[in-house]
Design a protein. Sequence first.
Length: 120
Amino acid sequence: MRIRPILIAALVAGTAGSAVAWHNHLTKSAPASDEQVAKAPGSIRLWFAEKPVEKFTSITLQKADSTKVTIGKTHGTDDPLSVAADASQPLPAGKYTVIWRTAGDDGHAIRGKYNFSVTQ
């Protein structure tokens, strides 16, 4: 009888871990997380494990003091797994936070953020 609760717990834990792997996730970014770039990027570009649903995808850029930086609307790119937002003007030297959100075909919303710095 004691084996049954252990088996059920193991199945639930295994299923929960597998469910996370099924959802879309960020695989790469440019600029990359914690990257220090000498020249301000002309755009922020993100790659995902699944094709992001464009209408549910956004990129926001903030300065170190949390003020928003104006960037263009998030749009698809030549790679179906990627989206980008163009910089409206050159970014001055400093630390920036990219805040993103998207959803995959399953409709599950995911979000994240990372930092990069412009050293120029």
